[in-house]
Each structure stands twice: as structure tokens, then as C-alpha cells.
Design a protein around this ligand. Structure first.
Ligand code: C5P
Length: 233
């Protein structure tokens, strides 16, 4: 089938490990463009939460497939914040915890889970455009994205950012333990066989270690505008 470029919904893919500012940057860039935003990590977190609630064994293919959680995950905007709902229940705090991230990375390494959530992610591609953040947005889910960005930062800075974020949300956290947990989650995400965390070919890389969110957003916006001009010319 020949794709009509006039009908193609534009996508900006923003990937990278946790603590790089991905989520905030994606939301700000989407706001500037007036586009939709997809937090794919929230889907993996909600899936893992639901699977654990049901006592699913991650090694049991049938149990994993039977979780059938996709249609039950919804996002609700409340007071400028996105709340994650699972079958009508607000599970935001539980899934946003570091434990929630760790559980997500276990289920995210399972090919069946990735394919269950793939259609859901692709369905978020709606006009006027989508800014998607995650680990494999530019490599797999939206490999035809108009602009691909890869955010990174030193492990120390990323752990400090996550520490601050979690403290602000009222979680009881320990910086040294957090650094170890993040390193372990990175290792799982980078070394898994299915959709590992790697920069997409041609991705524009930004090291956010010593940059403010504003600076990163400005830099990303320049890349996005350049790429969008190229895709429409
Ligand atoms: O981005 P966030 O920290 O919420 O993601 C939680 C976990 O979900 C990641 O550590 C990763 O294992 C998984 N994930 C993924 N692919 C994505 C988004 C998240 O594997 N596109």
C-alpha cells in the first residue's frame, strides 16, 4: 500500500533511560506543538501492577497473556497532572514508585507483553500529531517517526533527579539504594533481547546532565522544527 504522506500523522519520539527528564520534556514539547502525548512507561507500569495484583507468574506465557489489561488502563488529566487509572481505580502513586518501575522492567522484557501493548501505543497516533516517550519509540513502535530524540544523563545526576521527584511525591527513598536500583533497571532495559534501550538510528542525542528542562525543551524544539520541515518538503 502506498502511504499518502498528507495523511501520515506526525510523531516525535523521545527515548532514554529514567531520570533524563523525558516525561517532562515530552509533555512540554507536546504542549508547545498542541499535540497528543504518550507516556509508554505508564502502560508498562500499569500492566505490571495489574499482573502482580493477579499473582501472575512472569514466566508463564498463558498467565501473562490472560492479564488482558489493555482496555482497563486509562489516563485522566486532573489539576495539570496525569492520573493513571486501572479499571476505574487510581493507581498512580503505586505505579509511579521505584518498585513500580522495577516491576515494569521485569514484564517489559517479555515479548508477549510488548506485543500486547504495541497496538495500544500505536493507537495513540492521532492528528494533529503525537509526542511519544519511552525506550523503543524511535526504534520499534514509531520507527517512521519524523523526529527521534535520545535523552541521556550521567547515572549520578539521574539518580539525584529521581530521588528528588520521589521525595516530592512523599515516597521514603534512600539515594544510595536508588542509584543501585536505577543501574539494575538500566541493565535490564539495555540488555533485554526484545526492544532494548538503544538510540534509534539517526536519533538526535542530548546529554541533559547539566541542562535545565527549559534548555532541553528549546534544543528539542529546534530539532523537531527542522525535522518537520524536512518531512513536509
Ligand atoms: O519510563 P518509565 O520509567 O516509566 O518506564 C518504566 C519501565 O517500563 C522501564 O524501566 C522499562 O523497563 C519499561 N518501558 C519499556 N518500553 C517503553 C517504556 C517503558 O520497556 N517504551
Amino acid at each position: 500500500m502506498i502511504q499518502d504522506s498528507a495523511l501520515k500523522v506526525p510523531v516525535v519520539a523521545i527515548d532514554g533511560p529514567s531520570g533524563t527528564g523525558k516525561g517532562t520534556v515530552a509533555a512540554r514539547v507536546a504542549g508547545r506543538l498542541g499535540w497528543h502525548v504518550l507516556d509508554s512507561g505508564a502502560l508498562y507500569r500499569a500492566f505490571a501492577y495489574a499482573a502482580r495484583l493477579k499473582g501472575v507468574n512472569p514466566d508463564d506465557f498463558q498467565e501473562v497473556v490472560d492479564v488482558d489489561v489493555d482496555s482497563q488502563i486509562t489516563f485522566q488529566s486532573a489539576a495539570g497532572e496525569v492520573r493513571i487509572m486501572l479499571a476505574g481505580e487510581d493507581v498512580t502513586d503505586a505505579v509511579r514508585s521505584e518498585e513500580g518501575g522495577r516491576a515494569a522492567s521485569v514484564y517489559a522484557a517479555i515479548p508477549a507483553v510488548r506485543s500486547i501493548l504495541l497496538a495500544r501505543q500505536r493507537a495513540a497516533r492521532k492528528l494533529p500529531g503525537l509526542v511519544a516517550d519511552g525506550r523503543d519509540m524511535g526504534t520499534v513502535v514509531f520507527s517512521d517517526a519524523d523526529a527521534k530524540i535520545f535523552l541521556d544523563a550521567s547515572p549520578k545526576v539521574r539518580a539525584e533527579r529521581r530521588y528528588k521527584q520521589l521525595k516530592e511525591k512523599g515516597f521514603d527513598v534512600n539515594l544510595a539504594r536508588l542509584e543501585k536500583e536505577i543501574a539494575e533497571r538500566d541493565r535490564k532495559d539495555v540488555t533485554r533481547a526484545e526492544s532494548p534501550l538503544i538510540p534509534a538510528e539517526g536519533a538526535f542525542k542530548v546529554d541533559t546532565s547539566h541542562k535545565s528542562i527549559d534548555e532541553v525543551v528549546e534544543q528539542v524544539m529546534v530539532v523537531v522544527h527542522t525535522c518537520l520541515r524536512k518531512s513536509t518538503s
